[in-house]
Design a protein around this ligand. Structure first.
Ligand SMILES: Cc1cc2nc3c(=O)[nH]c(=O)nc-3n(C[C@H](O)[C@H](O)[C@H](O)COP(=O)(O)OP(=O)(O)OC[C@H]3O[C@@H](n4cnc5c(N)ncnc54)[C@H](O)[C@@H]3O)c2cc1C
Length: 295
């Protein structure tokens, strides 16, 4: 692996390689976390890989997430154990081995509002969550959950109304700068030899019968169009997946159903708290997540 910068010169070199007429093993379309991950996976298997992004790295959903690296406590309640197990294993790997410089532990307080059933119910869920994290083999980087009285909870989150809770449970997950994480994966893929170019859009696909054999690209900086041939083309265009499939004139296996989340940025001093919060709403959950000098 040779360290590289995602510089204008590196981009020019990548565009020259992509436009050289040499067939790639894999062309990945879309420079979000999924496309960057595909490119890194493929290039570290020794394949000749190209990765193109129409705008900038992580300019789609991958810079607009809630920035949590979590197992998904909510999915545990939906009894999706396999998903939670896999996510916790990946969380542990990220915190401990893959990106400890980017992924940091973060604590959340779950306020309890009902006497009787709620503490055993939520407590059992969080205990299972922690246990699955430990049995995944990688979770020792995160502290275990703890039960708090009302006073203990208010010490952690003085901003809460004291008559709005009867106690709380605090547990740990992790968070990441999502755009930086995607950029780092892209740069690592480039360091292993992937030809990566941002501001390079796929405008059409090349076909031989039913097979997609490459793509027509436009360098958005210069307006120059050129073709790239590839044995396999991966569509990693996130919410644009349907548009990309339509360009290829294929039905594709996936149909995207967009889901919406809302983030509100609040200066840190407006909510006096030492901990993040997870709160139930009628249909989903509301997180209050620490983010630099903001929530
Ligand atoms: C509100 C919200 C909160 C979330 N919070 C979390 C969270 O806390 N933790 C978590 O793990 N996940 C979270 N997610 C999910 C996560 O953000 C997504 O799963 C992830 O970012 C998807 O990445 P992607 O690479 O598939 O898509 P994207 O990041 O959208 O990447 C697709 C890329 O394709 C490019 N593209 C499109 N068409 C073309 C073309 N023709 N040519 C070239 N490039 C093209 C786009 O410019 C874009 O950059 C959240 C999602 C939402 C909506």
């Amino acid at each position: 692996m040779k360290p590289v910068a995602l510089s204008p010169k590196a981009r020019e070199d990548a565009l020259a390689a992509l436009g050289s007429g040499r067939e790639l093993d894999i062309l990945v379309v879309g420079g979000g976390v999924v496309g960057a991950g595909c490119a890194l996976d493929a290039v570290t298997r020794g394949l000749n890989v190209g990765l193109v992004e129409g705008r900038d790295w992580a300019s789609g959903t991958s810079s607009r997430s809630s920035k949590l690296i979590h197992g998904g406590l909510r999915y545990l309640e939906m009894l999706d154990f396999r998903l939670v197990q896999e996510a916790l294993r990946e969380r542990g790997l990220l915190v401990q081995r893959l990106a400890p410089h980017l992924v940091r532990p973060v604590k959340f307080l779950y306020p309890l509002t009902h006497r009787g059933w709620e503490r055993p119910y939520v407590g059992a869920g969080v205990l299972l969550y922690d246990t699955m994290g430990v049995t995944s083999g990688n979770s020792r980087g995160l502290p275990r959950h703890r039960h708090l009285t009302r006073h203990g909870a208010l010490r952690e989150v003085p901003a809460l109304k004291s008559d709005a809770l009867i106690g709380a449970i605090q547990y740990w997950d992790a968070q990441v700068d999502d755009a930086r994480h995607t950029m780092t994966i892209t740069r690592t893929a480039a360091a292993y030899g992937a030809h990566v170019a941002n501001r390079t859009r796929v405008v059409a696909f090349l076909r031989q019968g039913e097979r997609v054999t490459g793509a027509r690209l436009v360098d958005v900086e210069s307006g120059r169009e050129f073709e790239v041939h590839a044995k396999q083309v991966i569509n990693a265009t996130g919410v644009w997946t349907d548009d990309t499939q339509a360009m290829a004139d294929t039905r594709g296996q996936f149909h995207v159903r967009a889901s919406k989340g809302v983030h509100i940025l609040v200066p840190r001093d407006r909510v006096i708290s030492k901990s993040g919060l997870i709160l139930r709403t009628d249909t989903s959950v509301l997180f209050v997540i620490p983010w630099g000098r903001h929530w």
